[in-house]
Design a protein around this ligand. Structure first.
Ligand code: 2AM
Length: 184
């Protein structure tokens, strides 16, 4: 199973972020694969493919990591992108609010995963919500309306639980299913 740890987002936040997608047929929007609103989340650690037997260790790691922090609130921030400025690879929305608490959970996860021999991301954690990924065959340059002129305001996501997800890759994109929750 392909696994990752993430923070889930409330439906109203997912819906509001989903509306940042340009209308179908808007040229540059087709150069990106947009995450379906119900799949939007904040990735804390991507684990990749593992046998079912790792679930027990991951439950332990998740419980420990979640218990190192305190519940709080994340505020949806501004739009940004990763990759070359003229052809961004990933379009995302940033986060504000209780970021130190989010970093604490992520650091706890990294520590636990390392101790159990899971590979961990070497790059520093940069909290974001991925909205769209550039297609390999994309041919337009910088999205003309990214960052969008009006961005959602006052959107809050509770930081109260960590979730372990299974990701199933299919022709229509990835489907994410929560398999365990760990209260923060
Ligand atoms: P992202 O949100 O930062 O893009 C589930 O697939 C999540 O795991 C994605 O949202 C993505 O995080 C992250 N992910 C997927 N494939 C990955 C990979 N090969 N390496 C690192 N992270 C990956």
């Amino acid at each position: 199973m392909r696994l990752f740890f993430a923070i889930e987002l409330p439906h109203e936040v997912q819906g509001a972020l989903g509306r940042l997608r340009p209308p179908d047929g808007a040229g540059w929007g087709c150069d990106y694969r947009w995450v379906e609103p119900e799949s939007l989340h904040i990735t804390l650690a991507f684990l990749g493919e593992h046998p079912d037997q790792v679930l027990e260790a991951l439950a332990h790691i998740g419980t420990q990591a979640a218990s190192t922090s305190h519940p709080g609130k994340l505020v949806i921030g501004s739009a940004g992108s990763f990759g070359p400025r003229r052809a961004p690879r990933v379009l995302w929305i940033g986060l504000e609010g209780d970021l130190p608490r989010l970093h604490q959970v992520q650091a706890g996860l990294t520590e636990g995963l390392k101790q159990h021999g899971f590979p961990v991301e070497a790059r520093p954690f940069s909290p974001h919500i991925t909205l769209a990924r550039r297609r390999e065959r994309a041919d337009s340059g910088l999205p003309p309306i990214w960052p969008p002129a009006t961005q959602p305001k006052q959107l809050i996501a509770p930081l109260d639980k960590l979730t372990l997800f299974v990701s199933q890759l299919g022709r229509g994109g990835a489907r994410y299913t929560p398999v365990a929750h760990f209260p923060i």
